[in-house]
Design a protein around this ligand. Structure first.
Ligand code: PLP
Length: 372
């Protein structure tokens, strides 16, 4: 079955008790034991498993082509749990351009715990090879990356990593499982902030990790998920799964809008450049064309001028909202330099633009009047 169909049916079935087409929300935190003490219906306590979480995890695993998924209360909690599978002395290679909150988590939480990180330009495969040591246990890839939309060659990084017995985790949040399938390219784990395109309506936080095989690290990760409990509530799982049902259609429509907006911005005299993997002249275009089925929705652009001139553009917008995040039905814009940590590589005149599901002509009109 195609992804559109699996998104509606995997992990979801007619409720046997009531005939309800849409799954009920199981708020119960605990479940009845059988007479012999077993839990034959599969659930014991909601920190361990919950019917709504199980549905979500099954659907996500299927959509990413993995064997299992673990859902978390946010994308950051998903990454935190993956990093918690490491031990003091372990080394991780991560991109120098990745979601700044995750970079902060690595630097401020995991470095003091004895994990070592190198943040490198992952477009250079030579650099990947060069930074590998006998302590390297994990390579994190984020492609396209937030907020500069740089593209990493997943297959090539996996080949290098696996030759050294190192695992690769790909943050697929920006591409979505509809446009990019990292496990099929050999990655060991796929990570998502389901907060974004997967849930898709800016109304629920969530994260997930999908695995290629249920290996030792996966067992440890699921153990930490259960014992630590950074899990989404049943309602959050239900909302996320509802969002998944329309994901393919949202992603395709939004990608179409994004391309039209990229063309508009490229032709505008107040725009210095546009960062988007689908621009043929861009560095990442060739790799993106190979590993993505389309170029996605998120983009950034550099306004001609300084930070204040970029902020002024956001202040003149009427329809596109000044807010962080991306992936929902509302179009959002953000001056990333203002919100990222000191030492960020984000240019001061960069605006990240998240295209929603408004009519594309209305969005272009709004950008046109704001850019002047
Ligand atoms: N990964 C990427 C690429 C992101 O952009 C974000 C958040 O913006 C996250 C992970 C973290 O997700 P969350 O905000 O749900 O913790």
């Amino acid at each position: 079955m195609r992804p559109e169909t699996r998104a509606i049916h995997t992990g979801q079935s007619v409720d046997p008790n009531t005939g309800a087409i849409v799954s009920p929300i199981h708020l119960s935190s605990t479940f009845e034991r059988d007479l012999d003490g077993a839990y034959s219906k599969g659930h014991l306590y909601s920190r361990y498993t919950n019917p709504n979480r199980k549905s979500l995890e099954d659907c996500l695993a299927d959509l990413e082509g993995g064997v299992a998924a673990a859902a978390f209360s946010s994308g950051s909690a998903a990454m935190m749990t993956l990093l918690q599978t490491l031990l003091p002395g372990d080394h991780v290679i991560a991109p120098d351009i990745l979601y700044f909150g995750i970079m902060e988590l690595m630097k401020k939480v995991f470095v003091p715990m004895g994990i070592r990180f190198d943040f490198i330009d992952m477009r250079s495969l030579d650099q990947v090879e060069q930074y590998i040591s006998s302590e390297t246990k994990l390579i994190i890839v984020e492609t396209p990356s937030n907020p500069q939309l740089t593209v990493t060659d997943i297959k090539a990084v996996v080949e290098i990593a696996h030759a050294h017995d190192i695992q690769v985790a790909v943050d697929n949040t920006i591409a979505t499982p509809i446009l990019q399938q990292p496990l099929a390219l050999g990655a060991d784990y796929v990570l998502h902030a389901t907060t974004k395109y997967i849930a898709g309506h800016s109304d629920v936080l969530g994260g997930a990790i999908v695995t290629q095989v249920e290996d030792e690290r996966w067992e440890r990760l699921v153990y930490i998920q259960k014992m630590g409990g950074a899990v989404p509530s049943p309602f959050e799982c239900w909302l996320t799964l509802r969002g998944i049902q329309t994901m393919s259609y949202r992603v395709r429509a939004m990608t179409d809008h994004a391309k039209q907006i990229v063309s508009f911005l490229q032709g505008h005299p107040q725009v210095e450049s546009v960062l988007y993997p689908g621009i043929p002249e861009s560095v990442g275009y060739e790799v993106a064309s190979r590993q993505m089925s389309d170029y996605g929705i998120l983009m950034s652009f550099l306004v001609r001028g300084d930070a204040q001139q970029a902020i002024d553009v956001t202040n003149r917008l009427g329809l596109i909202t000044r807010a962080t995040s991306f992936g929902g039905t509302h179009s959002l814009i953000e001056h990333r330099y203002s919100v990222e940590a000191e030492g960020t590589k984000t240019p001061q005149n960069l605006l990240r633009l998240s295209i929603g599901l408004e009519h594309v002509d209305d969005l272009i009109e709004d950008l046109s009047q704001a850019l002047g």
